[in-house]
Ligand binder design. Structure first.
Ligand code: ADP
Length: 308
């Protein structure tokens, strides 16, 4: 369980996280989304006590991170995969962390195996690729078998097999009853990994909902219908609660308030041939772009990056 209440962080006169409130429940993977500079990392850093809120609070299992007696057992976090002494081997890095909590060497070997690093466990972390570094960071996060797992961009630098592995791992952790918070800029990946979403822009909460609700509320409604008998179908569908508008092409209608199955039945009952019957879907990426359009700190204009 992670609970943020009016969580705020200011750097000088810039408010980076702005009265953010959310509550993340066990058993769910929550995707944490926002344009670059939205305040995601700062929020995650405050959850694990690396930054202090200017005001408001955030608790893990009802307690501020700093007050947790054995934090590795409560919350595991991957915030910066590079935060490893480059001269230490993967195994040594994990053993040092383990020693702070009386965690056994057996558990170190277990997490090395879990993340697929057992073959390079005695190699120096400084020589690791970005993807191997991410795996080591995930191993460290899971070391204490925590009920809350927070991962900032865990699939950065991973190959497709690694990306799939992270997806399945996160879903398994949630099924085991853990609270999982994960940020990623890969929308397509988030769409198939997370069940809930917290979206922020310029430090403010823009959405806190299930993935389905989020995409639906972005306008993923209506059915595109194409037929040669557009006038007749239009009259037949013109009933209360259903809106029928002309689509962009010839013979096209956009129908809202009636599902594709019902539209198909009406057409069939009146011998109207349908050329196309397509529920209009909106991808997570489109929904995200729509919601955050006004809150992106940097937007691309042509080939230039311009600060808004
Ligand atoms: P995100 O993870 O969503 O990309 P961050 O939390 O990293 O966003 O950053 C949010 C904003 O806070 C950015 O504008 C960033 O420049 C600023 N910021 C982050 N850390 C500091 C800091 N230590 N001092 C000043 N500004 C900071």
């Amino acid at each position: 369980m992670i609970e943020a209440q009016e969580l705020t962080k200011r750097y000088g006169d810039k408010t980076v996280v702005d009265r953010l409130s959310f509550s993340l429940k066990p058993g769910t993977v929550t995707g944490f989304l926002g344009p670059n500079g939205a305040g995601k990392s700062t929020t995650m850093r405050m959850i694990v006590g690396l930054d202090t809120p200017t005001s408001g609070s955030v608790t893990v299992n009802g307690m501020r991170y700093a007050r947790l007696p054995a934090p590795l057992h409560e919350v595991g976090a991957l915030i910066d995969a590079k935060a490893v002494h480059p001269g230490r081997t993967a195994r040594a890095h994990l053993r040092i962390l383990a020693a702070t909590h009386g965690i056994s060497g057996k558990r170190v070997d277990e997490v090395l195996r879990l993340v697929g690093l057992e073959g390079v466990a005695d190699k120096r972390a400084g020589k690791f690729s970005l993807g191997m570094g991410q795996r080591l960071g995930i191993a460290a996060a899971l070391l204490g078998n925590p009920a809350v797992v927070i991962l900032d961009e865990p699939v950065n630098g991973l190959d497709p097999e690694g990306v799939l592995w992270v997806r399945h791992l996160l879903q398994r952790l949630a099924r085991e009853g853990r609270t999982v918070l994960v940020s990623s800029h890969l929308m397509s990946e988030m769409a198939v990994t997370a069940e809930r979403l917290v979206v922020i822009g310029r430090g403010r909460l823009l959405a806190d909902s299930s993935m389905d609700e989020f995409v639906r509320s972005a306008g993923g409604k209506g059915v595109k219908v194409v037929t040669d008998d557009v006038d007749r179908l239009r009259v037949l569908l013109d009933v209360s609660g259903v809106s029928v508008t002309a689509g962009s092409g010839a013979g096209q209608l956009l129908v809202e308030g009636l599902g594709s199955r019902d539209i198909g039945r009406v057409a069939a009952a009146h011998d109207i041939a349908l050329v196309e019957l397509t529920p209009r879907g909106v991808s997570l990426e489109e929904a995200f772009m729509e919601l955050t359009r006004d809150s992106a700190e940097y937007v691309t204009a042509g080939t230039e990056e311009v600060m808004l």
